[in-house]
Design a binder for this molecule. Structure first.
Ligand SMILES: Nc1ncnc2c1ncn2[C@@H]1O[C@H](COP(=O)(O)OP(=O)(O)O)[C@@H](O)[C@H]1O
Ligand SMILES: [Mg+2]
Length: 284
């Protein structure tokens, strides 16, 4: 496709007017579904679908983050995407400067967001609960994809922030997991300057609640452990709820230790142990 959406560098229009002019909008993610202040669009051009993310309206002051901060997170997302080629991340085709700041033109991902809010999380028909009921090998394969991505990100220096099931889109038909919205990831270890950081407490390490604490790869290890607990179990660390084998269970427990010293030191260590345990499960 040789369309201007993939080519132009800037427009003096607002994102929505521009997108309505060049294609057809089939989805809008605004304050009705998001609390980020960002506004994103599903747009179809010719027969191809894109997800276009923007920092929203600069004059809207309701969000926790200012427009300037939101723009800076979008630039961060661009840096992250360009530093990592893993196929779990949607393609980023273009960044267009608009009257309301950058528009990030990603591929549209088919599938269902695994996020469920506290009201719907336990509903059997929610995407998260349906995912949890899939055959174990299918869940293991999706987890493998997420861990492999985080290994590549860790190798590029990225620490996970605000990762949770709202970052996971699963296509149940073709069994494919994709990862979105890593805008808050940080390059290199840093000091928690907020106290409770952004994120879902179901995925967060103790240091993410403690002002002055170091946030580093061990924090990402904890978050990946919580991902296992939420996708291959019922969110708890109970052995009885865990659907995997003993080897994977002990890795889950170690990754989710409150004490940082007892966790795996890196994503690489965590992922190697996970894969090793997987081989054991297959052979015996
Ligand atoms: N590439 C994509 N393809 C299809 N839908 C997407 C894509 N990226 C995000 N979404 C959907 O749009 C919503 C908002 O995107 P997200 O990046 O999470 O923005 P925010 O910064 O507002 O949280 C997500 O919850 C998801 O449902
Ligand atoms: Mg989001």
């Amino acid at each position: 496709m040789n369309h201007q959406l993939l080519k132009i560098e800037s427009t003096d229009q607002k994102p929505e007017s521009y997108l309505r002019e060049i294609g057809s909008l089939f989805a809008v993610f605004d304050e009705h579904s998001q609390d980020s202040g960002n506004i994103s669009y599903g747009v179809q051009v010719d027969r191809r679908r894109f997800f276009v993310k923007t920092a929203g309206d600069p004059s809207d002051l309701r969000s926790f983050l200012s427009h300037k901060e939101r723009v800076s997170l979008l630039h961060n997302a661009v840096r992250l995407r360009r530093s990592c080629a893993h196929c779990a991340l949607p393609q980023l085709h273009n960044v267009i400067e608009s009257l309301h700041g950058p528009m990030l033109v990603y591929d549209w991902i088919e599938g269902e967001l695994l996020r469920a809010d506290s009201a719907t999380r336990q509903q059997p028909q929610s995407a998260l609960q349906r995912f949890r009921r899939l055959p174990v090998p299918e869940i293991l394969s999706a987890l493998h994809h997420v861990f492999e991505l985080h290994l590549e990100l860790a190798q590029a220096g990225w620490i996970a922030v605000d990762f949770y099931d709202g970052c996971l889109i699963y296509d149940f038909a073709i069994r494919k997991m994709q990862v979105i919205d890593l805008d808050m990831y940080r390059e290199g270890p840093f000091v928690n300057g907020m106290g409770r950081m952004f994120g879902s407490s179901r995925y967060m390490a103790p240091e993410e609640f403690e002002r002055g604490a170091i946030i580093d790869e061990k924090t990402t290890v904890f978050t990946m452990g919580r991902t296992v607990a939420n996708l291959l179990s019922d969110g708890s660390l109970a052995r009885s709820a865990f659907r995997g084998g003993d080897g994977h269970y002990s890795i889950l427990r170690r990754a989710c230790c409150a004490s940082r010293d007892q966790r795996f030191a890196s994503i690489s260590e965590f992922f190697s142990a996970w894969q090793e345990a997987g081989k054991g499960a297959l052979s015996g």
